[in-house]
Design a protein around this ligand. Sequence first.
Ligand code: RB5
Length: 142
Amino acid sequence: MNIAIASDHAGFEIKTAIINYLKQKDFNVFDLGTDGEKSVDYPVFADKVSAYILAQKADLGILICGTGIGISIRANRHKGIRAALLYCDDVAVMSKQHNNANILVFGGRTMAISDIVHRIELFLNTSFEGGRHQKRIDLLDQ
Ligand code: RB5
């Protein structure tokens, strides 16, 4: 599975930890920046991962900013992107079952790496339910 990941400066440290986890699990990771703790603008990085997903260069995206909020807002402005801020374990499951999210978002200043890794695993081990949820997803992009 190909995963595209990016963060702003507030998510940089936890991005590094997530990449280490993903590589250990043999995922193919595209690290689209940022590459340090110098202040940058999160919309730029939301756009980079969104473009990878929309071009089908990656199967799943991961974005991190301080809270996960700004970077979610930007990613969700792209038609076809369904970015889900995984603020608890139940949401990690539901964001796959009901929303078939294609970008997972985390808060670098608000979440622990152990919770993030657990939520990524929950998401990956869950299936999209389709049916009425597919109809609703189709409506999102109209
Ligand atoms: C950066 O200071 C911070 O505003 C950003 O990472 C994010 O939390 C915005 O939603």
